[in-house]
Design a binder for this molecule. Structure first.
Ligand SMILES: [Zn+2]
Length: 182
């Protein structure tokens, strides 16, 4: 079982930068590195698309994610900014991916004590869903895109504390361990 985690952005591409200077790329990396540490010794292969503040081309990341059983791309804001926890999956995601996305949402909501939502594929609702066109989903339709927090506001930036990172990582850890029955 191979899980690829993509801490989005990196290098000169900071993603969202908070009013006090917190770079989204750093937050994404912190969650990914901590998750790797938590999952050490578990019988799954966790691969990261980057484990330093490096610029990895999107095409390389997407290809890497396309080879995984599941892939999770991490963001902290900057996707739609509506809910504090937002999870996106491709309209071409299969049922297992949709189910895993819901597990992640549930763990994130209880871990962070916030509400969120999963934007499901159109057929799950029986109607088309409006969603940004993520190039990621073209290459890796079973990828799950997770975004937490509102880094672009002063309050939102402050909220993403060390504790937030720990709770978020814990939620991802519990999701994967529970989902895979490890
Ligand atoms: Zn981002």
């Amino acid at each position: 079982m191979t899980i690829v985690v993509d801490p989005a952005h990196g290098g000169p591409h900071k993603g969202v930068v908070g009013p006090a200077g917190t770079a989204e790329s750093d937050l994404n990396l912190r969650v990914a590195l901590r998750l790797r540490l938590l999952l050490e010794g578990f019988p799954l292969q966790l691969q990261l698309t980057r484990d330093t503040d490096a610029a990895v081309p999107k095409s390389v990341r997407h290809q890497h994610m396309a080879t995984a059983d599941w892939a999770i791309q991490l963001h902290h804001g900057g996707v739609s900014q509506r809910e504090p926890i937002e999870i996106w999956i491709s309209p071409r995601a299969n049922k297992e991916t949709a189910a895993l996305a819901k597990v992640i949402l549930g763990e994130m909501e209880s871990g962070l004590g916030l509400d969120g939502r999963v934007t499901l594929p159109p057929d799950a609702h029986g109607r088309p869903t409006k969603q940004p066109k993520f190039p990621l989903f073209k290459r890796a339709p079973q990828a799950i895109l997770v975004s937490t927090g509102h880094l672009h506001t002063p309050k939102g930036e402050q909220a993403i504390s060390d504790q937030w990172i720990q709770h978020e990582t814990g939620a991802l850890f519990r999701s994967l361990v529970g989902w895979l029955g490890l």
